[in-house]
Unconditional design. Structure first.
Length: 262
């Protein structure tokens, strides 16, 4: 990967992303959901919190970095000329948020040349701030975090997630059922961004999910990588993988076998 920025510029970008995430977190805490609508299906909600948080972040970026591109979940798409693109999920885990189930977050990634270089995820439910930049360490609330050293899939705590479309969820459940006897256990938080940070912080040994979008994973991928892990996103399949390096090949093989067995 070619990074077209030095460490000092990446640090400036990281500081901005942290500031904007904290501001969006204040929108979360106000809980002014307004009328709750739906997007892809009736069970895929969108709230005024999603919209307001994204608008706040986008406006802050335009003021601080007017030449940068912006891609947001709630329809923000701004072309820039700097080579940097901000990738925003203003409220990852909206269903959790509506139920006050403690796993939802602001996710802000910054990419260049198609690869993340900065990641910030603010888990507003429990006030955990995850940060990372290319070439630096990953942190949670300012303390360095690392992926686990787990090297055997049968001992791995695996995270995953499910789509909103019922027929897709049915197939994903079959994949998870196939994987369950091959791992220690499976967890599902309902927030892809939080799950990736859980890998980075050693709360999960590995994570995979199919059907996620770039704004769900851009920040978390950099955080996992900076925590010593491996993380990739396959845009054609909308599939993300993350784990420590010792588990990587086993994770990929097991998920691919499970999906082929459908």
């Amino acid at each position: 990967m070619t990074v077209v920025a030095d460490a000092s510029e990446l640090k400036q970008l990281l500081d901005l992303a942290v500031d904007f995430a904290l501001r969006a977190g204040e929108v979360h805490h106000r809980r002014a959901t307004g009328d709750v609508g739906s997007k892809s299906t009736a069970t895929d909600p969108v709230t005024q919190v999603d919209r307001e948080a994204e608008a706040l972040i986008a406006e802050a970026i335009k003021e601080a970095r007017p030449d940068d591109s912006i891609l947001g979940e709630e329809s923000t798409l701004i072309e820039g000329t700097s080579g940097f693109q901000w990738v925003i999920d203003p409220l990852d885990g909206t269903v959790n948020y509506l139920y006050n189930f403690p796993s939802y977050a602001v996710s802000i990634g910054i990419e260049t040349a198609g690869e993340p270089v900065v990641g910030v995820v603010l888990d507003t439910a429990i006030n955990h701030l995850f940060t990372a930049q290319h070439g630096g360490m990953a942190t949670k609330n300012g303390e360095e975090i690392q992926v686990t050293s787990c090297s055997e899939l049968p001992l791995a705590l695996l995270g995953t997630g499910f789509a909103y479309e019922p027929s897709v969820r049915e197939q994903q459940a079959k994949v998870a059922g196939s994987l369950l006897p091959k791992v220690r256990d499976i967890r599902r938080s309902g927030s892809c961004a939080v799950d990736l940070c859980s890998v980075a912080a050693g709360r999960l040994d590995a994570f995979y999910e199919t059907g996620v979008n770039w704004w769900d994973v851009a920040a978390g991928i950099q955080i996992v990588r900076s925590a010593g892990g491996v993380a990739t996103y396959e845009p054609d399949l909308k599939r993300v993988f993350a784990s420590g390096p010792k588990l990587w090949d086993q994770l990929i093989d097991a998920v691919n076998q499970a999906e082929k067995g459908l």
